[in-house]
Design a protein around this ligand. Structure first.
Ligand SMILES: CC(C)(COP(=O)(O)OP(=O)(O)OC[C@H]1O[C@@H](n2cnc3c(N)ncnc32)[C@H](O)[C@@H]1OP(=O)(O)O)[C@@H](O)C(=O)NCCC(=O)NCCS
Length: 240
């Protein structure tokens, strides 16, 4: 696709259907869900298990070819838990799997294909029984994980820290650090005194944010005609 031929009013219908789907089929699967959840391609968000808690204004961008999966497994004594804070951004292919507990703070951003788990799922000497070797994972506020980062069991990543693309985090990362590599090591520091724009700023006036998103759609798609859109679906050409 070279351009989006969808007419503005069709996009609004799709958005309304999307919101309906999220409310009817996605929201009930969480144990707690704040306001303002946005899910792109909600049928590509797969939730398995209980004790999944999501805060306000979380954006989940699933894709039909790259599902997002939140999984908690029931243990002998209690189920795994996933807590996601407010204003988080979750990209296609992210998988969060908890056998014990994974706590994610506010304003966190996960790029595509991030994998976070608090368990090795099997023991080194006992490979037939599942859910061995679990340790809680904590991501403090405003952590940014780059593309395809893996966060292993028992790790705490401090507030504001960034983990470089493709890194494997096996040990704690202090706050205000940039870490990268396999295993991830601190390569730089972030100046905590510098003003940082966090995702929560987007939703300071949430109505205004959603209005702006709608105006952007109107600006980009407003001139698209219905019949040209139908034609582009049935018989696409070089310009579609
Ligand atoms: C971590 C990151 C932010 C650092 O950017 P930066 O501050 O410009 O870092 P630099 O390019 O100056 O690199 C500093 C050093 O770290 C190394 N490094 C940077 N990113 C690395 C990574 N992902 N893995 C391993 N080493 C890395 C560099 O090779 C360099 O090493 P050197 O000092 O030996 O030359 C960036 O490299 C990154 O990975 N961003 C993630 C982008 C992403 O996934 N975006 C998805 C959309 S949300």
């Amino acid at each position: 696709m070279r351009r989006n031929n969808t007419p503005y009013f069709i996009k609004r219908i799709f958005n309304a259907l999307n919101r309906f789907y999220v409310k009817r089929f996605i929201a009930p699967q969480f144990d707690r869900l704040g306001e303002g959840l946005e899910v792109a391609h909600p049928r590509s968000l797969v939730i398995f298990g209980r004790n999944i808690f999501v805060g306000n204004y979380t954006q989940i961008i699933a894709a039909p070819d790259n599902y997002i999966r939140f999984t908690t497994w029931p243990g002998k004594r209690r189920s795994g838990e996933i807590h996601i804070g407010n204003y988080c951004l979750i990209s296609p292919g992210v998988r969060i799997s908890a056998a014990q507990s994974i706590h994610i703070g506010d304003n966190c951003m996960f790029a595509a294909n991030v994998y976070i788990s608090d368990s090795d799922w099997h023991g080194i000497y006992n490979r037939i029984r599942p859910f061995r070797c679990t340790k809680p994972v904590v991501l403090e506020n405003n952590v940014w994980l780059g593309e395809s980062v893996i966060v292993s069991k028992g790790v705490t990543i401090g507030a504001n820290s960034v983990v470089g693309a493709g890194s494997v985090v096996t040990k704690d990362i202090p706050a205000n650090s940039i870490a990268a590599g396999n295993p991830a090591r601190v390569i730089k520091s972030i100046n905590p005194d510098r003003r940082m724009l966090k995702r929560e700023l987007l939703f300071k006036d949430a109505d205004h944010y959603f209005y702006n998103q709608d105006q952007l759609d109107r600006y980009v798609l407003g001139k698209n005609s219905f019949w040209n859109w139908i034609r582009s679906v049935i018989k696409p050409n070089h310009y579609d």
